[in-house]
Ligand binder design. Structure first.
Ligand code: SF4
Ligand code: SF4
Length: 281
């Protein structure tokens, strides 16, 4: 079963929840945590799975043979992403804007464009007991997160539960993280910002026709529009985690899994039962 943990906004405790849920489920079955938050991967700080394998992830980027180029500009016109600009009739490729669509390559009748591999980041994998881990690390300054996320999601298909830690937000990397999931858990703060961003993430999940549930985290007070929304949309509310300064403390000390499983066991019992029933049904 593929379960994406998403949040809309950052800082909601999504990774604390996803790593704790993975550790909880691994007491009884095989679990893979796939860290798709490739711009800020931190799940393995808490899981502490020894890394056994690392490999580069590359994308194809055009390179222009200036000797063959006539400066016609067809490549620039073919590029929908403004990743090729002509300066004094000489094409300049801006790799960080390139989406590797191959359009310029096809447009160049002079065959002056070749595709070369460009490394955008790495994938790390490891295994410890019932938990396997795969996470992407995007190169600093790199914008093409989605090919790296797609590579991470190719890993660990033998696990009974694959927990996908999504990036925050609701843009392409989040869509790629959610795609193919059987279920999505939104970790939401009961605040106006938390509700606003989670509602957008919920819309993304709806557009992909993936069922959703909610865990409310860091509850200081009930933000009524959030709870009305959950009720109106008939979204299962799997649990509520209150504001607890010791959670933040355990995160800063790297032992949040131990803290969460000892202090919020009932919550993870309940989420686990819910997911197990989903697998059966
Ligand atoms: S399409 Fe080919 S020949 Fe024309 S400007 Fe681009 S690289 Fe040069
Ligand atoms: S491969 Fe596609 S996105 Fe990249 S420069 Fe060529 S046309 Fe633009």
């Amino acid at each position: 079963m593929n379960i994406t943990i998403a949040s809309g906004k950052g800082g909601t405790g999504k990774t604390t929840f996803s790593t704790s849920l993975s550790a909880y489920l691994s007491q009884h079955t095989t679990v893979a945590l796939l860290d798709c938050d490739v711009e800020e991967p931190d799940a393995n700080i808490f899981l502490k799975v020894p890394i056994e394998r690392r490999y580069n992830v590359t994308v194809l980027t055009p390179e222009v043979d200036m000797a063959a180029c006539t400066g016609c500009g067809r490549c620039q016109r073919a590029c929908q992403y403004n990743a090729i600009v002509l300066i004094k009739s000489k094409p300049l490729v801006l790799p960080e804007l390139c989406h590797s669509c191959g359009g310029c390559y096809l447009a160049c009748s002079e065959r002056a464009i070749h595709e070369i591999e460009r490394t955008i980041g790495i994938v790390e994998t490891g295994l410890q007991g019932n938990i396997s881990y795969a996470g992407g690390i995007l190169n600093i300054g790199e914008h093409m997160a989605t090919p790296l996320i797609d590579e991470v999601k190719k890993e660990m298909h033998s696990a009974n539960f694959r927990i996908i830690d999504s990036p925050p937000g609701s843009s392409c990397p989040v869509v790629h993280s959610m795609e193919g999931s059987d279920f999505i858990i939104l970790v939401v703060e009961s605040t106006p910002f938390g509700f606003h961003d989670a509602a957008i993430a919920y819309d993304v999940a709806q557009s992909l026709s993936i069922p959703c549930a909610v865990v409310v985290n860091n509850l200081i007070q009930n933000y009524e529009p959030l709870f009305s929304f959950i009720q109106k949309e008939d979204i299962p509310l799997l649990g509520i985690i209150p504001h607890d300064i010791n959670i933040a403390k355990s995160v800063s000390e790297g032992n949040s899994i131990e803290y969460m499983l000892s202090h919020y066991k009932a919550l993870f019992d309940s989420v686990s039962n819910y997911l197990s029933n989903k697998v059966i049904s």
